[in-house]
Design a protein around this ligand. Structure first.
Ligand SMILES: Cc1ncc(COP(=O)(O)O)c(C=O)c1O
Length: 395
């Protein structure tokens, strides 16, 4: 199989959010002198071509010229089931799979199904922005609990603080596992404590595991539902092939709801909104990667790991900058608190001196202040370019 992660594709003017939309997004918030040569390393998709098997499967489906109403085949469900068994030692019942157009809309469906306007939804910050923007848009109250930094500068839970929050009558907790933006793979012990707390306070646990396939050597993702005691908790998980194989534009995600009562309520809500399963092309591509995508994924992880090595080696030399090495995800959390720069000053330097677009830490809540997120799912030449621009920004 030829896999070419070094290849640079021109993504400008392809309706790519990452490459075409940063101009208006950044202009809305920051001073941008000249946006003609800014390198975007912000949005979490890859600059790698998808596995050839996706293209082949979609082309094959295109050979049939009718795209009428469809359903997800048993072979596709089997491929999903086998993937999670093979890669995560997680047995998922086919009946438990609820198909959705994305993890973010799936989270919205879950919140809408099991909570009421005004209810409290708890999250651990810093975290992926839709974890607070979606509940807020649905008129739910957000209770933020900050993650704390360990001696190794990786985030961990403060369970006393979380319990205090749960005592206030929290209805649901949204877990990011592995964690975006810092790439933490949560330990079995952490997940167990979280599950026990959810059981104690009757909190619905929404486990977003979209990043679970991209885990680096030495770490192992543990699906929340496989943890001891999980069967007694109210848990729904969200999984997807879209981060793993760069398929976000195909719009395909899954809610795993083993608990029949929860599942039926979710299905009813989906029906109430007329939400359908995946479209025919997405289903073909997804089945292909879940059947045959292992080698591509393993090589992609190795490639990105080397990108992270390089970033770490180069940026850690800079005064006041520290790379938080991720256990998982192609996203890297950069601590710049040591530079003494404010977020606006840092963004100004990056955009106007370095000409590089990164995500500012406060996008992930106030707890992210003093950090930046960079996306390293790109050819090594792009990483080198990004590092040079970052250095220039701080000259
Ligand atoms: C934790 C997390 N959940 C969900 C998503 C997006 O999921 P989707 O594109 O399926 O809505 C992302 C994208 O970066 C993410 O990091």
């Amino acid at each position: 199989m030829t896999i070419q992660f070094d290849e640079i594709y021109e993504r400008r003017n392809t309706n790519s959010f990452k490459w075409d939309k940063f101009k208006e997004r950044f202009r809305a918030k920051y001073r941008v002198e000249d946006d003609s040569d800014i390198l975007p390393m912000w949005v979490a998709d890859m600059d790698f071509a998808v596995p050839q098997i996706v293209i082949d499967a979609i082309k094959e489906r295109l050979n049939h010229p009718i795209f009428g109403y469809s359903y997800i085949s048993d072979e596709c469900k089997e491929a999903i089931q086998q993937w999670y068994k093979r890669r995560h030692n997680w047995h998922i019942n086919k009946d438990a799979l609820i198909f959705h157009s994305g993890v973010v809309p799936a989270i919205a469906t879950i919140i809408e199904t099991f909570t009421e306007p005004g209810d409290k939804i708890c999250i651990s910050t810093p975290v992926y922005a839709p974890f607070f923007s979606i509940p807020k848009a649905l008129n739910r109250q957000i209770i933020e609990c900050d993650l704390v930094e360990s001696k190794e500068h990786i985030y961990e839970y403060d369970f006393e603080q979380l319990e205090e929050a749960f005592k206030k009558g929290v209805k649901a907790y949204i877990l990011c596992s592995p964690h975006n933006p810092a790439g933490v793979v949560w330990s079995k012990d952490t997940l167990k404590k979280l599950i026990q707390l959810c059981i104690k306070y009757d909190v619905l646990l929404i486990s977003d595991e979209i990043h679970s396939d991209i885990v680096f050597e030495g770490h192992k993702h543990i699906p929340t539902m496989t943890v001891e005691g999980a069967e007694q908790a109210k848990i729904v998980a969200c999984i997807a092939p879209t981060k793993t194989f760069n398929l976000a534009g195909l719009h395909a995600a899954i809610i795993v709801a083993e608990n029949k009562q929860l599942r039926n309520a979710l299905i009813q809500n989906k029906m109430a909104h007329g939400l359908d399963d995946w479209n025919v092309l997405a289903a073909s591509g997804v089945q292909a990667v879940y059947e045959k995508g292992d080698e591509w994924l393993d090589r992609m992880i190795q490639y990105v790991s080397k990108n992270i090595d390089y970033l770490e080696q180069e940026l850690n030399k800079l005064d006041g900058i520290r790379i938080i090495r991720p256990h998982a995800t192609y996203l890297v959390w950069i601590d710049y608190r040591g530079t003494g720069l404010s977020e606006n000053e840092m963004m100004d330097c990056l955009i106007n001196k370095g000409k590089i677009a990164l995500e500012p830490g406060t996008k992930y809540s106030e707890a992210g202040r003093g950090f930046l997120r960079i996306n390293l799912a790109c050819p090594f030449e792009t990483v080198k370019d990004g590092v040079e621009r970052f250095k220039k920004a701080l000259l």
